[in-house]
Design a protein around this ligand. Structure first.
Ligand code: ADP
Ligand code: MG
Length: 141
């Protein structure tokens, strides 16, 4: 599925729609450059899960857990990961194979750890279409 958005709000709304439909155990892998809109999408997805807490980019913690929604929401941002073993230390397996919903920003950096089935979300820009334009693909893998 391919969606084009022209504002952060539209990206947020796409995330929210996907969050509303997400099932327990789902893993979302997000790819896209810095500033692409991964965190905007994540905030929308969290809201779709019923999370009311403020969702931010966990800059210094790789994992942020939100318990306030209809199921646990595990938000990973692995941008600053030094070594893949840090994921083990965090206990990522309990999240990826648990009964909550997982989302991983910069998922390409931990590709080898992703489960057999996950949803790949890729956010791209195209300055010719404007600074607020985003091309968002959603693929089941
Ligand atoms: P990332 O997490 O990918 O580094 P962020 O979500 O933190 O990126 O930031 C995206 C930035 O781009 C925000 O400042 C947001 O307002 C802006 N932006 C502009 N247009 C869009 C759009 N269509 N979708 C998402 N973000 C957008
Ligand atoms: Mg981010």
């Amino acid at each position: 599925m391919l969606t084009e958005t022209y504002s952060p709000k539209e990206t947020y709304e796409l995330g929210r729609k996907i969050g509303e439909q997400a099932e327990r155990g789902a893993v979302f892998a997000l790819s896209g450059d810095l500033g692409a809109g991964k965190t905007v999408f994540t905030k929308g997805l969290a809201s779709g899960l019923g999370v009311t807490e403020h969702v931010s980019s966990p800059t210094f913690t790789i994992l942020q857990v939100y318990e306030g929604g209809r199921c646990p929401f595990y938000h990973f941002d692995v941008y600053r990961i030094g070594d893949i073993s840090e994921m083990d230390e965090i206990g990522y397996e309990d999240c990826f194979y648990g009964d909550g919903v997982c989302l991983v920003e910069w998922a390409d950096l931990v590709k080898e750890l992703l489960p057999e089935h996950y949803t790949q979300i890729t956010i791209g820009t195209d300055v010719e279409k404007g600074f607020d334009y985003r091309r968002i693909s959603v693929e089941e893998r």
